[in-house]
Design a protein around this ligand. Structure first.
Ligand code: UT7
Length: 319
């Protein structure tokens, strides 16, 4: 038998406030038609007072633990992916730990922007398989609304807030994570970045993006890493039941599926209602497809993402 990290439960959380395209078009030189046609986005959720990356993460984590039937006290590891922590430090992972009443465990944040959940999952999988813990919470949580320039129509219409979490457990058997692959290429730092930070401006800064260039790289990198991770698991696209991609733009999802010869019906799409929630987008979409009964135990599921850095990665698992 092989010890693998199995997704024992999933959960997600969204802010209360939903913002549709018409609301944006009321104050910005944009339109519902442009946003839907160029991105597939119809609405997004925006964190209000008292809703933060940590509070959304805590909510999603509680749901994932309940779904898994795992007590918080059993969690030995918390890895939280975010580019929008509540504070520069302490880590948001330790806030989740405190809220869940876990006295002692390993807890830290990882930062790979939109690829954050794939990085967090890969690190947690490695630590579980090496015996550092037997149960882990892996979370993607973001409040990008707080780093958007609400006067820049090229970026502010694209993003939203939210959180998703999974409980990973090490188990003997056929189910679980079969392979993961991560990449980064820092030469492209200036195509998607935030123009502030504690060590430069001393301010939080705003998101800046050269969208068209990011788009071009995204399709190539995502198709490559999907082929790579399937190869590592000894699988082909024909074996895949579901692809749960990072939700940046419906056109990227379509183009990537086409490049790989994957049927669009196998691609889980939530970008229309969540927009781009960075590190939260993959676990939010996973939770949606598990909840509505599409993803079932035993299905072969591929997760993938690409984001600032550039960073990109993929994981294939038997759910
Ligand atoms: O999560 C990390 C990964 N991020 C991504 O993957 C994002 C990748 N990029 C994209 O999704 C697309 O490039 C965008 C959705 C950001 C932009 O779509 P595009 O088709 O590449 O448009 P564009 O940037 O080339 O802009 C086309 C036109 C421009 O006007 P002109 O110069 O042709 O007159 C823009 O000013 O569309 C204009 N435009 C808008 N018009 C109405 C840009 N944003 C808007 C807007 N409403 N919100």
């Amino acid at each position: 038998m092989t010890v693998r990290s199995v997704i024992a439960g999933v959960g997600s959380a969204l802010p209360e406030r939903r913002m549709d395209n018409a609301e944006l078009a009321a104050t910005l030189d944009t339109s519902d038609a442009w946003i839907v046609e160029r991105t597939g986005i119809k609405s997004r959720y925006i964190a209000g007072d008292g809703e933060t990356t940590a509070t959304l993460a805590i909510d999603a984590s509680r749901k994932a633990l309940a779904d898994a039937g795992v007590e918080a006290s059993e969690v030995g590891l918390i890895v939280l992916a975010t580019a929008t922590p509540d504070q520069t430090f302490p880590s948001s992972a330790t806030k989740v730990q405190a809220a869940l009443g876990i006295d002692d465990c390993v807890a830290f944040d990882v930062h790979a922007v939109c690829t954050g959940f794939l990085y967090a999952l890969t690190v947690a999988d490695s630590m579980l398989r090496s015996g550092a813990a037997t149960s882990a919470l892996v979370i993607g949580s973001e409040t990008f609304s707080r780093i958007l320039d609400w006067e820049d129509r090229g970026t502010c219409v694209l993003f939203g807030d939210g959180a998703g979490a999974v409980v990973l457990r090490s188990e003997d058997g056929e189910r679980g994570i079969l392979a993961t692959r991560l990449h980064a290429d820092g030469r492209h730092n200036d195509l998607l970045f935030v123009d502030g930070g504690p060590s430069t401006t001393g301010t939080v800064g705003k998101l800046r993006m050269k969208g068209r260039e990011v788009f071009r790289h995204a399709v190539v990198n995502l198709a490559d890493v999907l082929g790579e991770v399937l190869g590592a698991a000894g699988l082909s696209t024909a074996d895949v039941d579901w692809v749960v991609p990072h939700q940046a733009n419906a056109r990227i999802l379509d183009a990537t599926a086409k490049k790989l010869g994957l049927s669009p019906e196998k691609v889980v799409v939530t970008v229309d209602r969540h927009a781009n929630t960075s590190a939260a987008s993959v676990p939010l979409a996973l939770d949606a497809a598990v909840r509505d009964g599409r993803i079932k135990r035993g299905d072969v599921v591929v997760l993938e993402a690409m984001g600032g850095g550039f960073t990109w990665g993929a994981a294939v698992l038997r759910y």
